[in-house]
Design a protein around this ligand. Structure first.
Ligand code: ZN
Ligand code: ZN
Length: 237
């Protein structure tokens, strides 16, 4: 039994069937095949699904372009990805970062040719210290480290410190999100100056948190900021 075999569970996380193959994924082959991969027809800038295959940008990005240049998202935030992310974040199943980061890296490689500014460095969405103490780990940083390891060439930077401890966007409805105070993030400019950055997070909802982070990174001198998220919510609350 190799190292990966020890990482996951005897039973598929979704259908609960006992896995007969060596366990390198938390899901059985069938469930993995049926994952809710994001429809390829989505906004290149924010990954919102689009109805018209001829369009490249959604109405929001045309009317008010976000500060990040591009978004790569793997999955629609629905079953069983929501379950997987919930367990990864809240049930101490941090080892899932290995397979989730590997999937994110594979998707990044497959879309590398579409990136206007291919990234040289990864930055995880920062977590406030209070939350970090409570959870014990920043899931976005684990994903970034896993992606970096899979790539063998990308580096993870830690230039950001989050000073505000706002509730996550995904827990708020549309009205609450509009009223929420902005995240306060401190950046060390020396680390990001002239670099092409890829922001890593687990879920993109409105994109406002990543947008304010991208704005701060560009103000600090970053050459470009793109986003890579494990999943995207496709229906607003
Ligand atoms: Zn299954
Ligand atoms: Zn968009």
């Amino acid at each position: 039994m190799n190292y990966l075999n020890t990482l996951f569970f005897q039973r598929c996380m979704t259908c609960k069937h006992k896995q007969m193959q060596p366990i390198t994924s938390p899901l059985c082959v069938t469930c993995q095949k049926n994952l809710p991969w994001l429809n390829p027809n989505h906004c290149t800038q924010c990954a919102t699904p689009l109805l018209d295959p001829k369009t490249k940008l959604c109405g929001n990005c045309i009317a008010s372009p976000p500060h990040f240049d591009q978004t790569i998202a793997l999955f629609s935030y629905e079953h069983p990805i929501n379950l997987l992310i919930h367990d990864f974040k809240f049930c101490n199943r941090w080892r899932l970062a290995t397979i989730l980061g590997k999937w994110m890296h594979e998707t990044l490689v497959s879309q590398w040719h579409t990136l206007k500014n291919p990234p040289s460095h990864l930055i995880a969405a920062p977590m406030h210290n209070d939350k970090l103490k409570k959870r014990g780990y920043n899931q976005a940083l684990l994903l970034a480290k896993s992606m970096a390891k899979a790539s063998g060439s990308l580096d993870v930077l830690l230039p950001c410190k989050k000073l505000s401890n706002n509730p996550p966007q995904s827990s708020l409805n549309r009205r609450q999100r509009k009223k929420a105070s902005p995240h306060i993030i401190v950046i060390h400019p020396k680390q990001v100056k002239n670099k092409n950055l890829l922001l890593i997070d687990d879920v993109i909802t409105t994109g406002s948190t990543l947008n304010s982070l991208a704005k701060s990174l560009k103000s600090a001198g970053a050459n470009s900021v793109s986003v890579c998220c494990l999943s995207r919510t496709c229906h607003s609350k």
